[in-house]
Design a protein around this ligand. Structure first.
Ligand code: MN
Length: 211
């Protein structure tokens, strides 16, 4: 009886909260001064929470019910379901990839070798990512991705798009929506993009590389 009740409860709970707000791997002020506590609280606690809530409203009863966010991103056509699933996937990857500057560690050998091979050096890679972010017009994302042959590329997505839809594995993402930098940097978004390099958790990034 208890087991039945418990499993019913778990099923109902799972159904109600199919998609959940990821827990940050650092305190909300842990990325200061690059990203303020205020920005994290809005970006994670309000913007990402809204995308998660939207998805939980849109998916039940649709043909995507029971699918992972990554599967919805692959399958949904342009529209609210794709946009919200894309933004949930984007922000999970985004918030997971940072570390407080005090705990920053240089990239490991496998990642450094891959970056050197595909971009000719870590500084060239960072400059190309930063420039690509500066060139996003309006809301969008810049991603370091791996294609199906393991080549590393920099691609841009508009709106809430994720390159996973095109068969490209997202490795490192820069959020180019104003909500990610405007509060802290006003018109100087380049300072925000350049500051991000001081809080990248390269271990997380290396683990996302294809084997
Ligand atoms: Mn965002």
């Amino acid at each position: 009886m208890y087991i039945t009740l418990l499993s019913t409860f778990i099923m109902v709970t799972t159904k109600i909260a199919a998609y959940t707000l990821p827990v940050l791997p650092y305190p909300s002020d842990g990325l200061e001064p690059v990203i303020s506590k205020e920005t994290i609280k809005n970006h994670h606690g309000k913007h990402l929470a809204a995308y998660v809530n939207n998805l939980n409203k849109l998916i039940p009863g649709s043909e995507y019910e029971g699918l992972l966010v990554e599967e919805i991103v692959q399958q949904a056509p342009d529209g609210p379901i794709y946009n919200n699933a894309g933004q949930v996937m984007n922000h999970r990857l985004y918030f997971e990839q940072f570390v407080p500057a005090s705990q920053y560690k240089a990239p490991g050998g496998r990642l450094t070798n891959a970056i050197n091979y595909h971009f000719g050096g870590m500084e060239t890679f960072k400059r190309q990512m930063t420039d690509a972010a500066m060139n996003v017009f309006g809301s969008g994302w810049v991603w370091l991705v791996a294609d199906t042959e393991g080549r590393l590329l920099i691609v841009t997505e508009s709106g809430g798009g994720n390159p996973w839809r095109r068969g490209l594995k997202p490795i490192l993402g820069i959020d180019c929506w104003e909500h990610s930098w405007y509060l802290d940097y006003a018109f100087d978004k380049r300072a925000h993009y350049e500051g991000l390099w001081n809080i990248i958790n390269w271990e997380v990034i290396e683990n996302r590389l294809p084997m």
